[in-house]
Design a protein around this ligand. Sequence first.
Ligand SMILES: Cc1ncc(COP(=O)(O)O)c(C=O)c1O
Length: 444
Amino acid sequence: MSEQTTRTIEARHEALAIDGGRPVRVEPLPLEFPGIHHMDGEEIEAALRPLRSRSLFRYYGVRAPEEVEAFESEFAQFLGASRALAVSSGTGALSTALGALGVGPGQEVIVPAYLWVSVVAAVVNQGAIPVLADIDDTFGLNPVEVERQITARTAGVIAVHMSGAPADIRALQSICRRRGIFLLEDCAQCNGGSVGGQRVGTFGDMAAFSFQMNKNMTCGEGGCVVTNNSHLYERAFACHDLGYARDERGRLQVGDAELCLWGKGYRLDELRASILRVQLKKLPGVIARMRRSKYRIRQALEEFPGVGLRRIVDPQGDTGCFLITTYPNPAIARRVNQALRAEGIVTSPQGVSNIVMTEWGLHIYYNIVSLVQKTGCDGRGFPWTLAENARLVRDYHKGVCPAADSLFERSILLAIPSCLTEKDEDDIVRAFRKVLSALGLNRG
Ligand SMILES: Cc1ncc(COP(=O)(O)O)c(C=O)c1O
């Protein structure tokens, strides 16, 4: 008897927990926060360095500051990029990058249907109009759909590497180059990811990273703008700070007419940079652990023809922090999800794991109420009501991205914590096997 037949027979005899059977596990799975699980005395020691020297500001202090600058050069080297500019959040990084790229009213910026609210916020806050493009089975932008959305007013594309794995970034890069528009990569959820050995964040004109607590490496809150273009770097530098350049001593330089901009106030401090330097050293190990766990579970799921697995552009470059499985219809996806949760495939309430993707809040375009309703902070509908945008305003209701709509309703997102034990992985695989076999998803 084959191993698979044995498992199927075993599963047939086991009642699902959702139907009153014994759950696979009762202990919640670990929380998802990848970098946090590997935080220890090293980060504590690092954080004490700027405190001991009482030099917390990045440009000058009681002693010469060094942490932010050192982090920027270490991070740029890690990515293989020429410049990195540390900022105080991923949202700040996106906003700084769009400022550097000169985005403003009268322009459209293409964004994916699967994203995070900050991506849209950064575009809207610049006075430009976000344009949704549908995704494909990579859960990233579908290059064909991007091309379809380009108009004479398109300034650029924000490609978001979602849920740990890269988008089809080479195809997007070639479209943007051919059409003469910018490519901004949002790598917040895919720090350390790569395609063909090249790190995400180095394919576009600019890239944005986040080091908020849910990310692959973290200092609680933080971000980074990355570019190989020195002109864009200088503009980003001015935008993230007070609108001007600074000299080697950190003093503002107001003499350069080209760098006479407006600052957004997103500087990073020495304390958080010192923590990031340690987290960066740990990042490859964190990713290796998540990837190993994810691919062990993914491989086990390959024996279920009724389960679709997200297309991964380059498995070697997947950071592994989420597993996405897709089912034939929404009712089956919901049933599998509820049954898995009943088997104990859940985290404690502070975490978000194992959900049908429609529940994934402001990652889903039609859940972003202020986008769907086109609201503005000024109460007069900025930027939708600006004269320059009169002909650009688009629709954001559910239905405008049908491929995404269908994938969200039929897919389950499972976080892969960076500290799963073999026993945790076994339990996840056992629960999937038990539920999928009981629901007949082991048949083609
Ligand atoms: C794809 C994406 N972009 C941008 C951000 C914004 O980062 P932050 O929370 O650091 O502002 C996030 C954070 O969750 C994100 O997931």
